[in-house]
Design a protein around this ligand. Structure first.
Ligand code: GLN
Length: 242
């Protein structure tokens, strides 16, 4: 499965969030320590971040592995953000390894990532068809896009960030399920679910990180229990049962 992370807090460079830690997301692309499904994450990657200029995030994706992208390496130290969501991808067999399949997906002010696989995409698409917001990224050639479409439909109907993720997870769980580990942001908060894979929280004076696995050996990394929803805003971290 893929690895993903989200950061909310004082401005940090993309370099500091994605590249610098000893077991950063970039390192997790070729040497993940906690990955149980798949071995390496080389089928593209993406980084989304928010700026003061507009509510919609900037989204940068490539179909290649993160370490092979000199353009990202050159921009990462120069860009700072209070809110970042990034993912490295191990494409599920059957889905193409191309830029449009790499998270984060985005629509409006939202960013979204899915780590996992839908057990029965055909059944899920058939059953959930009417519930999905068919925004461009929800049409990407990958199972994760359906989850994104479900979350966007909920968010557009007024659900909170966390409610949208919980609802997308429940919807798919009801039609075959799968491994449904989600992350999302709207620029002011980040949220994640654990449903078949790990997620860790790291809180510091600077901010909060949610990540599939710890990016360093700081004992402050705490595992999120299975089948949980984690919601982070300026007031702190809330964990509830999914
Ligand atoms: N199923 C998604 C994809 O193909 C996510 C894969 C993963 O978590 N490894 O991209």
């Amino acid at each position: 499965m893929c690895r993903h992370l989200a950061y909310l807090g004082r401005p940090r460079s993309l370099q500091a969030v994605v590249l610098d830690p000893p077991h950063s997301l970039a390192v997790q692309a070729y040497a993940p320590r906690r990955q149980e499904h798949g071995t390496i994450n080389v089928d593209g990657y993406g980084v989304g971040w928010y700026t003061p200029v507009r509510p919609e995030p900037v989204r940068y994706r490539r179909a290649q592995p993160v370490w092979a992208d000199q353009s990202f390496a050159s921009l990462a130290p120069t860009v700072e953000s209070t809110c970042v969501l990034a993912a490295v991808r191990s494409a599920t067999p059957g889905f193409p390894s191309e830029e449009s399949g790499a998270a984060p997906f985005t629509h409006g002010r939202w960013l979204f990532s899915h780590n996992g696989v839908l057990a029965d995409l055909r059944l899920a698409r058939k059953a959930l068809r009417e519930d999905v917001a068919w925004v461009p990224d929800a049409l990407a050639p990958v199972d994760s896009a359906l989850l994104f479409g479900l979350a966007v439909a909920r968010w557009e109907a007024g659900a909170t960030l966390g409610e949208g993720l919980a609802s997308a997870t429940h919807d798919v769980a009801a039609v075959g399920g799968g491994r449904l580990n989600l992350l999302a942001s709207d620029g002011h908060r980040i949220a994640g679910t654990t449903y078949g894979d790990t997620l860790f929280v790291h809180e510091s004076a600077d901010g909060v990180l949610l990540a599939s696995e710890p990016c360093d050996d700081d004992p402050a990394w705490a595992p999120v229990p299975p089948h949980s929803l984690v919601e982070v805003d300026q007031h702190g971290v809330t964990i509830s049962a999914l």
